[in-house]
Structure formats: structure tokens, C-alpha cells
Design a protein. Structure first.
Length: 537
């Protein structure tokens, strides 16, 4: 009798466990998986529980995000130069990061390291560059021992994703409170070059977590190794922008104590879209390299936030200079705009950086020239630091004048109804009806004229240029003012011999027979045109 009762108890226990298992499975929607065993296996495969901090070093490359020559269908952001002696230390006990490298001075803005954050600020002066991150604070040093300079909160809020877009960082973030991991499965054919030719699909697990404001997902293969880690970050030009790192199985190395980490890095910022199927945007490869010197648990001193960084402010500052009657240069930052008053409306040349800058400029124009609509905004060219403010002008009803080569990029990727969840702007929060009706563009092939019968603004195409395709300059014949972006930056001394692009610029002015007295650049102070034209001789 006791034996029968014991067998009955065993049977009931098994049935109960099976019932619980079935119930658990039924709680997951179709296509979903239990994330716990997947995360546990991945942590064990690369020794996450034994790791506190990690340093990688080697030679890397960087891509200048948003600085492509053409606006469509290239595969790389321009690689200005390599990052020699690159070193990155990530500490997940403190969630801090330090990056150092050597780069040729004079080519890139000092506050830019790779990918997002290019702002055409003061050019780098020294070879050695240091970038630091602690929580919401990011800062850099242009040369060893130089004073720390805070980066804007809009950029600093993006840097921390680098702590999570790597295998160890992702698994550590997945264990934090609020991560809420979810797992799904799918068949993937993979891509040539990641792990060699793929001839049959592999069943992959995809794990997503919440980390602060970001949703991050990782693709995990049958060896429990993380191959692709992906998120979206805010871009003034593109909105919610794709941001991902890919790692090959072969690049994982054994660091001892069960810890493994990949040495081959490949980062996309912008869609990996070689054929323009999803977007017109011209590039995506933003960072990568062979970082073969990997050290685990050699944790440096704490990354302490300097007082000057903690106390830094970034208020939008707009200063106005009258160039002629009804012509205003709006400065106060690294990029400028020019407002030109006509009898019944206003035209603006260039909408740089982002919505915050452009809204401040728009308010200043409305104060100086009340009760006249900003009817036109001239887009100098398609680089992201000169397109980021265009949506603000669309919000207030302005028509964009741009070169025809930029139209597809602006109309599909920039001025659209796509939701901007990470950094909502005016257009995404209050979308104007006209956006869908095609009223927002005038495209230029060679020349375009804005006139009210008393004042004329001529717009001309500048070609050929190595810097960018689709560049427009503006000329005011009555005032003899020539307005341009990027071709001459008077924050820096003019070279003894003009560059090829500057010579093309001067040649275009001469062929058009423009009678210019003063050059008005969007970077730097206005100067006499003779200083440029005489240097070209």
C-alpha cells in the first residue's frame, strides 16, 4: 500500500511539473523564447561573471558620419585618417570609459572621435586625443595634459551605448534592474565575410533589453556567442538612427579564467544598406579595426568628472551682425546663418547643427523682422551638420531650396513623417499637413533667383568639389555679398596656396562674373573677397 502511495505521489509530481512547464510555455507568445537560459549560457560561454573591466588596444579606423561627398548609396562614411595606438578601457563596476588614440592634427574637429558627433568645431591641434565618459558626462582633451572640454549633452547621452554594444557589456546590462530581457528566434543566412560563406540558414536567438532610454538587441548563435549588437541613437538629421557592432566567431580570444572577448570590431552608424533599399543615406561603416591587445580585470583609477565639465552649460547663443540694410549674419556658435529681408518675406541661408540652434535663430529673425514669414531656407549642402536644422524651418512653413542631387536624401531620410522616439522634434510632435503634399522644395540644377523686384538673391551651384556634391552659394548683387559654407573657413588662416576646392570656388565666381566685395562664410568672420581672389592668382 505504501509503495502504491509513493508511486502515486511521484506520478502526481511529474504531472504537476509537466503542467507547470506547459503553462510556462503557453505564457510566451508564439515566436518568443525564455530569455533566462539563453543569457545564462552566453554568460558562461564568455566568462561574464569573472569580468570587472576590460581594455582593448590596436589600430582602428574612423568614419566621418554625415560627411560623405554624395548623399546617396555609398557604403562608407569618409575615412579621414586612422586612429593609431587606439586604446579603450571599459569598467562595468563603475560604468565608465576612457579612449585614447593618435590622429593627425588639423583634419577633424577636436570634439569628434568617430561616427556621430561631427560638428565642424575648432580643428584638432594636437596628435594625442583623450575621450572620457562617466554617467551622463562626456569630455575630451586635445593633447595630453590639456584642459578637459565638455561635450554637449546631446552627444554625451549617446557615448554610453559603447559600454553595452559589445558582448560582455550587453550581458552585464541584461542583468541590471529594469532590463526586462525578451528573446525571439529566427533563421538567418548571415552575410558573406562575417563567418565565411553561408550555405544554409542558422537558427539564431535574438535578445533585447532596455538600458536607460535605449532598446538594445543582440543576435546569439549556436555557440552562445554574440555576433551582432544593435540599437538606435538620436540623430538631428536622421532621427532614430541605426547603431550596431558586429563580431565574428573567429575573433573571440581566450583571456583566461573562462573570459573571452572579440578582437575584430566593425561598427555601422546608419543602415547597412548597400543598394539603397531602406534609405538614401550615403554611408554606414563608422568604426572598426583589429584590437588584438586585450586585457581583462586590469582596472585603472576611477574616471572622475572634472568640475569644469560638471558645471558646463550649453545655452543656445545667437548674436546678430548687420551686413547691409536688411541683411543679417546670425552667429554665436560654430556655424552661422544669414537672413535676408525682402518686401513681404525673409530668406535664410543655411540651417546648421540641429533643431535647437535653428529655433533660436528663427526666434531672433522674428524679433528683428517681425510679421514677415521665413519663406525660403537655402540648404548649402547635404552634410549632416548643415542639414540638422532643416526640419525646424519646415515646422514654421519655409520652403527648402536645395541642389537636385540632395532632393531624394532630404525628402526620404530627413523631412519625413517617421516617428522620432529618442529625441522628438517639432515636426514629429506636430506634423504639418503640407509635408505629405510636396510643397516644401525648390530644386536647383545650376542657378536660381529669389526676388521681390527691389532685392535679388542669386543662388548658384559650385562644381567640381572634392568636399561635397550639390553645394550652393548665394550672392546679393546690390550689396555685393557672397555667402558660402565650408569652402572658406576664416576661423583658420587662409593657406598660402588655395586648395583645389577653393580654386574651383573662385573659378565659379569668375565665370559667373559676380562682382563681389565681401565674402560671408558660415564658419568664421566675413572678409574682403580680394583676400581670397588674390590668393588664387
Amino acid at each position: 500500500m505504501l509503495t502504491k502511495l509513493w508511486l502515486l505521489a511521484v506520478v502526481l509530481s511529474v504531472v504537476t511539473l509537466m503542467s507547470r512547464s506547459v503553462t510556462t510555455q503557453r505564457q510566451l507568445p508564439p515566436g518568443y523564447l525564455d530569455p533566462a537560459p539563453i543569457l545564462s549560457a552566453a554568460r558562461a560561454a564568455i566568462g561574464t561573471d569573472s569580468l570587472r573591466c576590460l581594455t582593448v588596444a590596436g589600430t582602428a579606423y574612423s568614419g566621418a558620419l554625415g560627411q560623405a561627398r554624395e548623399s546617396a548609396r555609398n557604403t562608407d562614411w569618409p575615412r579621414i585618417d586612422s586612429l593609431a595606438n587606439y586604446t579603450r578601457t571599459m569598467n562595468w563596476d563603475t560604468w565608465t570609459m576612457r579612449e585614447e588614440f593618435d590622429r593627425k592634427p588639423g583634419l577633424t574637429p577636436a570634439g569628434w572621435k568617430y561616427g556621430i558627433g561631427w560638428e565642424d568645431g575648432a580643428l584638432q591641434k594636437n596628435t594625442h586625443q583623450v575621450f572620457m565618459l562617466n554617467g551622463k558626462y562626456g569630455w575630451y582633451m586635445d593633447g595630453a595634459g590639456t584642459p578637459p572640454v565638455a561635450v554637449s549633452p546631446d552627444i554625451a547621452e549617446i557615448w554610453p551605448v559603447e559600454l553595452v554594444l559589445n558582448p560582455q557589456g550587453f550581458l552585464k546590462a541584461a542583468a541590471l534592474p529594469g532590463a526586462d530581457p525578451k528573446a525571439v528566434w529566427r533563421w538567418e543566412l548571415g552575410e558573406m565575410g562575417r563567418d565565411g560563406p553561408e550555405v544554409s540558414p542558422e537558427k539564431m536567438r535574438v535578445m533585447s533589453i532596455t538600458w536607460g532610454k535605449y532598446r538594445v538587441d543582440a543576435t546569439i548563435n549556436k555557440e552562445n556567442l554574440l555576433q551582432r549588437i544593435h540599437t538606435w541613437v538620436p540623430s538631428e538629421t536622421l532621427g532614430d538612427m541605426n547603431y550596431e557592432h558586429e563580431f565574428t566567431n573567429a575573433s573571440y580570444v581566450d583571456l583566461g579564467n573562462g573570459i573571452r572577448f572579440p578582437t575584430g570590431w566593425h561598427s555601422h552608424q546608419g543602415w547597412d544598406d548597400n543598394f539603397g533599399a531602406q534609405a538614401v543615406t550615403s554611408g554606414h561603416n563608422a568604426f572598426g579595426g583589429d584590437l588584438k591587445d586585450v586585457r581583462a580585470n586590469v582596472c585603472p583609477d576611477a574616471v572622475t568628472v572634472p568640475a569644469s565639465v560638471r558645471d558646463a552649460t550649453f545655452a543656445q547663443r545667437v548674436e546678430t551682425e548687420t551686413l547691409a540694410d536688411g541683411v543679417y549674419l546670425l552667429t554665436g556658435g560654430t556655424h552661422h546663418s544669414v537672413a535676408v529681408e525682402f518686401s513681404r518675406f525673409v530668406a535664410v541661408y543655411d540651417a546648421p547643427l540641429g533643431e535647437g540652434r535653428s529655433l533660436a535663430v528663427i526666434e531672433e529673425i522674428a524679433r528683428r523682422i517681425p510679421n514677415k514669414p521665413i519663406r525660403f531656407v537655402v540648404n548649402s549642402h547635404q552634410h549632416f551638420d548643415h542639414t540638422g536644422g532643416l526640419r525646424a524651418y519646415v515646422h514654421i512653413g519655409a520652403t527648402i531650396i536645395t541642389h537636385w542631387r540632395n532632393f531624394d536624401f532630404l525628402s526620404r531620410d530627413v523631412i519625413n513623417y517617421e516617428p522620432r522616439t529618442l529625441r522628438p522634434d517639432m515636426v514629429s510632435l506636430w506634423p504639418p499637413t503640407e509635408l505629405a503634399e510636396g510643397y516644401y522644395y525648390e530644386t536647383v540644377r545650376e542657378n536660381y533667383v529669389i526676388s521681390d523686384g527691389t532685392r535679388t538673391m542669386q543662388i548658384h551651384y559650385v562644381n567640381p568639389l572634392d568636399h561635397v556634391e550639390g553645394m550652393l552659394m548665394a550672392y546679393l548683387p546690390k550689396e555685393k555679398l557672397l555667402i558660402e559654407a565650408d569652402l572658406v573657413n576664416t576661423d583658420n588662416p587662409l593657406p598660402a596656396r588655395l586648395s583645389a576646392d577653393q580654386r574651383s570656388f573662385v573659378s565659379a565666381v569668375q565665370k559667373l562674373r559676380l562682382d563681389v566685395t565681401q565674402l560671408v562664410p558660415m564658419h568664421g568672420r566675413p572678409i574682403p573677397w580680394s583676400r581670397v581672389s588674390n590668393t588664387a592668382r
